[in-house]
Design a protein around this ligand. Structure first.
Ligand code: HEM
Length: 123
C-alpha cells in the first residue's frame, strides 16, 4: 500500500472519509443537520487543511477551532463525538494508505481533536 504523497491522495482520503462520516450513526448529524454543509465548498477547504498539515503548503488560511466552537453552541460536542471522528478518520487512512505521512495524519488528527475538545470544554 502506498503512502499519502500528493494532493490527489488527500482528495481521495477526504472523499472516502466524508462518505463514511456523513452517514455515521454517532456523528453524521453534525454534517447533515447541525450545519447545512455546502460540500463543494467544504471538501476542498478540508483538503487544503490536510495539505498544509502534511506537506507544509500554505493553502489553508482559516482557524479550524472557531466553527467547532460555534457548532458546540448549537449542539453539544462531547469526547465520544471526537473519539468517533478520530476512529473513522484513522480507519479511512489505514484502508487506503500506509507510511510516514499516513502515520503523521493519524497523529495530527488525534492531537487536533484533543485541542478542540479542551477549547470546547473551557468555552
Ligand atoms: C466530533 C468531531 C467533529 C465534527 C462533528 C466536525 C464537523 C465539522 C463541520 C460540520 C464543519 C463545518 C462547519 C461550518 O462550516 O460551519 C467542520 C469544519 C472543519 N473541521 Fe471539523 N469536525 C470534527 C472534528 C474535526 C477535527 C478533529 C479536525 C481536524 C483534525 C477537523 C477539521 C475541520 C476543518 C479544517 C474545518 C474547516 C474549518 C474552516 O471553515 O476553516 N474537524 N467540522
Amino acid at each position: 500500500m502506498k503512502d499519502i504523497q500528493t494532493r490527489e491522495d488527500i482528495d481521495q482520503l477526504i472523499l472516502q472519509f466524508y462518505k463514511k462520516i456523513m452517514v455515521d450513526p454517532i456523528i453524521g448529524y453534525f454534517f447533515t443537520e447541525v450545519v447545512a454543509l455546502d460540500l463543494d465548498h467544504h471538501i476542498p477547504k478540508i483538503a487544503d487543511f490536510w495539505e498544509t498539515t502534511l506537506f507544509h503548503q500554505a493553502k489553508y488560511k482559516g482557524n479550524p477551532i472557531t466553527p467547532h466552537l460555534a457548532m458546540h453552541e448549537k449542539s453539544p460536542m462531547t469526547k465520544e463525538h471526537f473519539d468517533r471522528w478520530v476512529a473513522v478518520f484513522c480507519q479511512t487512512v489505514d484502508e487506503f494508505f500506509s507510511g510516514q505521512k499516513a502515520e503523521l495524519a493519524k497523529q495530527r488528527a488525534q492531537s487536533v481533536a484533543t485541542v478542540m475538545l479542551i477549547k470546547i470544554k473551557s468555552s
